[in-house]
Design a protein around this ligand. Structure first.
Ligand SMILES: [Zn+2]
Ligand SMILES: [Zn+2]
Length: 134
């Protein structure tokens, strides 16, 4: 993969992602569904130091829905930017919608398939996990 840039809806936050190696994950869990308001959520999972906030770091605010999870979003427009999971502290899960070049990024796995909505069909050629990645 190459490098990506992105921004939130209001433009106060800008980011760059340097990706030599990244998983792109669709998460079908109920928590992501509730927090993001979408049928499932797509994340670019990269080493945290590969995600650079180039503008508006002061606009990042966060919410912890559980002991491990942190959602970081723009306090001005609400755009989700990246999640962190304290079980995997070296990783950032960048929300796909925060990135500009969406057509160049394709998911390679689905997680929490056990809570997938029945009307979403799974691509069986991907790595699909009932819950988290083992
Ligand atoms: Zn914003
Ligand atoms: Zn999830």
């Amino acid at each position: 993969m190459k490098n990506f840039s992105g921004h939130c809806a209001c433009g106060e936050i800008k980011l760059e992602i340097e990706t030599t190696k990244a998983n792109v994950v669709n998460c079908h869990c109920n928590r992501c569904r509730k927090l993001n308001g979408s049928s499932f959520s797509t994340y670019i999972v990269v080493s945290g130091k590969r995600v650079m906030l180039t503008k508006g770091e002061e606009f990042i605010t966060s919410y912890s829905p559980s002991e491990y999870a942190v959602k970081n979003f723009c306090k001005n427009c609400g755009t989700p930017i990246f999640n962190q999971n304290l079980k995997y502290p070296h990783l950032k899960m960048v929300h796909l919608g925060a990135v500009n070049t969406l057509e160049e990024i394709k998911p390679n796995m689905n997680i929490f398939c056990q809570s997938r909505l029945s009307w979403i069909s799974l691509d069986e050629t991907l790595a699909n996990f009932d819950r988290e990645i083992e």
